[in-house]
Design a protein around this ligand. Structure first.
Ligand code: 1GP
Length: 247
């Protein structure tokens, strides 16, 4: 299998990822989701969360057996690791100043990730203010980049690139009331050459379309698909339209 980063870094195509939170699906709903995944083929499945009661291992194994879409760990902490996944977004929370989420968890995880032999994508993870406090904010004990502070957001993304990270993930928080601001995305895109991932609070195709057009290379949707699994078809169709050659 081509390593996923080879796809992600090809910025001529837009990508669509589905976040599968192991606590939000039971056997039947996961089975149903996998049928839809096999119909419309999102580019990537992410498994993880800020805090989990169910092990990621079972969800990852089920997704690997039931679909042909790459499965990546989207870890809330060093406790969320598995050798069943295809890869891991190795998230450094560069919007925050908590050493545990900048490097500490990574040190704990590194030997296990190495032994698992899975693809590692070093990712600058930026938590963006969206109007109310998020799980990531609370669990990581960091503050998000304030709304409207575009200069700080742009400089943070630039620093991530200069440090050698391989992509930047702008996160409004799962279930966020507002998505990441499109002006903010546009400003970051202008200064960044890395692939840009945007997630948190995307519930409609219109929002997804605006976020793609602002410069996101990949969007991540979780909550909206948990609530209405059929919505996955609409997001996949949008991605297809975005990638269709202009006539
Ligand atoms: C969360 O960005 C992801 O880390 C997805 O967020 O659940 O709001 O779609 P939603």
């Amino acid at each position: 299998m081509k390593i996923f980063y080879e796809h992600l870094k090809d910025r001529s195509s837009k990508r669509f990822a589905v976040l599968v939170d192991p606590d939000k699906y039971d056997n039947d709903s996961l089975e149903h989701l996998m049928k839809l995944i096999n119909k419309c083929k999102p580019d990537l499945l992410l498994v993880g969360g800020s805090i989990l009661f169910n092990p990621i291992e079972i969800t990852i194994t089920t997704l690997k057996l039931g679909t042909h879409v790459p499965v990546f760990i989207f870890p809330g902490s060093a406790m969320q690791l598995s050798d069943r996944a295809d890869g891991i977004f190795f998230l450094s929370l560069i919007s925050g100043r908590n050493p545990d989420f900048l490097i500490g968890n990574h040190v704990l995880a590194a030997p296990h990730v190495d032994r698992a032999g899975i693809e590692v994508i070093p990712t600058g993870y930026m938590l963006m203010e969206n109007g109310r406090s998020s799980s990531v904010e609370y669990m990581s004990a960091t503050t998000p980049i304030p709304l409207g502070k575009t200069d700080i957001a742009v400089a943070t993304a630039m620093a991530g690139e200069m440090l050698g990270l391989k992509c930047i993930y702008l996160e409004a928080g799962s279930g966020a009331e507002h998505t990441v601001d499109t002006d903010m995305i546009r400003a970051i895109r202008r200064k960044l050459s890395l692939p840009l991932i945007v997630g948190g609070g995307i519930t409609t195709v219109k929002q997804a379309d605006q976020i793609y057009r602002a410069g996101a290379d990949m969007i991540v949707v979780g909550t909206a698909i948990e609530k209405n699994p059929e919505a996955i078809m609409d997001f996949c169709a949008l991605r297809k339209r975005m990638n269709a050659p202009a006539s």
